[in-house]
Ligand binder design. Structure first.
Ligand code: F6P
Length: 352
């Protein structure tokens, strides 16, 4: 095979580990491997070159993506996709591995209409919003980064008896806030899928703060982890809370920290490296076996999809992946219902 690989959309820690494995496994199994720089935009511009082992040596530990990434505005158009297909033909590509999040996988599905091309997707997004994938590449590192940041913030918060509202990434999916919030001993966790209005959020948080700082209590800080997907701005929330602090938590003040892109960078955790490597290997094997229009998923909820040689990895049609992704994002997925139910069970324990 002449195997091309690209990384696309928001980068995530572990993309490089997946890339290195695709190159190593591809070459070791007798295939030529070429890299497409800057995602779909680079493909449109023909920014393509050979990749050998020396190019990817030592990159497993690196965050970001060696190939670069982009959010192309041209590729989503029919003309853009036609141009992408002709670029792939020009470079004689027989199989394409796309490493990226849900937008990138939607792009992979569109390219897979070419019968001469095998397209295999690997889920990589810190948001964990890819359907039929328990853990996307990058999520574990992002959760750990948030927890570490919250621990640091908690140190200074305790020194001053403060409330901190920490905003974390996760555009339409609150997974990072939910998971990291529990791990960081948050007193409250807010995410968009709760669909709470501003007043309701403020009332809930006031209740939490009253419990945390009740007279005779032991608490020295309150931590509120808020997903960026919550419709209310963090600054607005902090402003509203501060208006009631004298009454709810006398002597306590409130600060905000928006972690932003800090959460997306950094060296991948061991878990992300292993997940990325095993998915990368499975992608090469799947393409070799003639699979196309599929994604390889890690720890797939409900064991959906087809078995692969790796017990943790399932092969799922991209149409199914995209349909489940849509359900995750519109709130109708049973996976989301399960995540929220689990959090609801521990909610009362958060602010004790
Ligand atoms: O999709 C991953 C993500 O990091 C989201 O959590 C975030 O909202 C978005 O990308 C930020 O995108 P950009 O880097 O283009 O600002």
């Amino acid at each position: 095979m002449r195997l091309a690989v690209l990384t696309s959309g928001g980068d995530s820690p572990g993309m490089n580990a997946a890339l290195r494995t695709v190159v190593a496994a591809g070459r070791q199994r007798g295939h030529e491997v070429i890299g497409v720089r800057r995602g779909y935009q680079g493909l449109l511009e023909g920014d393509v070159g050979p990749l050998d082992l020396a190019d990817v040596e030592g990159i497993t530990r690196l965050g970001g993506t060696l190939l670069g990434s982009s959010r192309s505005t041209e590729f989503p158009t029919p003309a853009g996709q036609e141009k992408a297909r002709s670029r792939l033909r020009e470079h004689d590509v027989s199989a394409l591995v796309v490493i990226g999040g849900n937008g990138s996988l939607a792009g992979a599905h569109l390219l897979a209409t070419d019968p001469a091309l095998r397209v295999v997707g690997l889920p990589a997004s810190i948001d964990n919003d890819v359907g039929h994938c328990g853990l996307a590449i990058g999520v574990d590192t992002a959760v750990n980064t948030i927890v570490e940041a919250c621990d640091r913030i908690s140190d200074t918060a305790r020194a001053h008896r403060r409330v901190f509202v920490v905003e974390v990434m996760g555009r339409s999916c609150g997974y990072l806030a939910m998971r990291a919030g529990v791990a960081a001993e948050a007193d409250a966790i807010l995410f968009g899928e709760q669909k709470l209005g501003e007043d309701e959020i403020v009332e809930r948080l006031r209740g939490v703060l009253r419990r945390c700082f009740a007279a005779g209590g032991y608490k020295k800080r309150a931590l509120i982890v808020k997903s960026e997907g919550v419709a209310v701005k963090t600054s607005q929330l902090v402003e509203r809370l501060s208006q009631h602090l004298a009454e709810d938590a006398p002597g306590v003040d409130v600060r905000e920290t928006v972690l932003g892109h800090v959460v997306r960078g950094g060296s991948p955790s061991a878990t992300d490296r292993v997940v990325a490597q095993r998915l990368g290997f499975a992608a090469v094997v799947a393409a070799e076996q003639g699979a196309s229009d599929v994604m390889l998923g890690w720890d797939v909820p409900g064991g959906f999809g087809e078995k692969t040689g790796d017990p943790q990895v399932r092969k799922i049609a991209l149409t199914e992946v995209l349909a489940e992704t849509a359900r995750l994002l519109d709130g109708t997925s049973p996976v989301l219902a399960r995540r929220m139910a689990m959090l609801a069970q521990v909610e009362d324990l958060l602010a004790i």
